[in-house]
Design a protein around this ligand. Structure first.
Ligand SMILES: [Zn+2]
Length: 159
């Protein structure tokens, strides 16, 4: 990143940076974060279409919060595997990790096969396992159909 771009992305003293979000997915990531209790009122800076040597263009989010729940992190991994999450303390990165495609998705998404038993017996947990890590393909345990990660719709489970 060069200096002129830095002007658009203020440095933060304390918070979470979600970086290397593929361009276009930043708004979706923000929507996910805001759907969780307690996250609606936090201060967020959303940057769209920054130049990236790795991705060409990327989106980036900066959140004024100290921690992100694992549940939120896992949800973001479903939308945009490969993004990096950094925790900033006193202007420095003190923790950094890259979100991997999950090996399995337990009861988080709906099956898109209308005939799948999980769409009739809604108390039945859905389970998808990764069959192709490169192409992000998952197989439903119940009907054995294979879906792209992007095709799977999040299933909100009552807590
Ligand atoms: Zn299924």
């Amino acid at each position: 990143m060069n200096d002129s771009q830095l002007l658009y992305i203020p440095k933060i003293r304390q918070g979470i940076v979600i970086d290397h979000v593929p361009a276009g997915l930043g708004i979706q990531v923000l929507t996910v974060i805001r759907s969780y209790p307690g996250m609606k009122d936090i201060v967020v800076t959303l940057g769209i279409n920054y130049k990236s040597s790795k991705l060409g263009t990327k989106d980036m989010l900066k959140l004024k919060t100290t921690e992100l729940d694992d549940e939120i992190v896992n949800h973001i991994a479903l939308i945009a595997p490969g993004v990096s999450i950094k925790r900033i303390t006193d202007y420095d990165v003190d923790k950094r990790f890259t979100l991997q495609v999950p090996e399995s998705i337990v009861n988080k998404v709906k099956c898109r096969n209308p005939n799948c038993i999980t769409n009739f017996e809604t108390n039945l947990a859905t389970l998808f396992t990764l069959v192709d890590a490169e192409k992000h393909k998952f197989r439903c345990k119940h009907c054995e159909r294979i879906f792209d990660l992007q095709e799977l719709e999040f299933r909100f489970v009552k807590r």
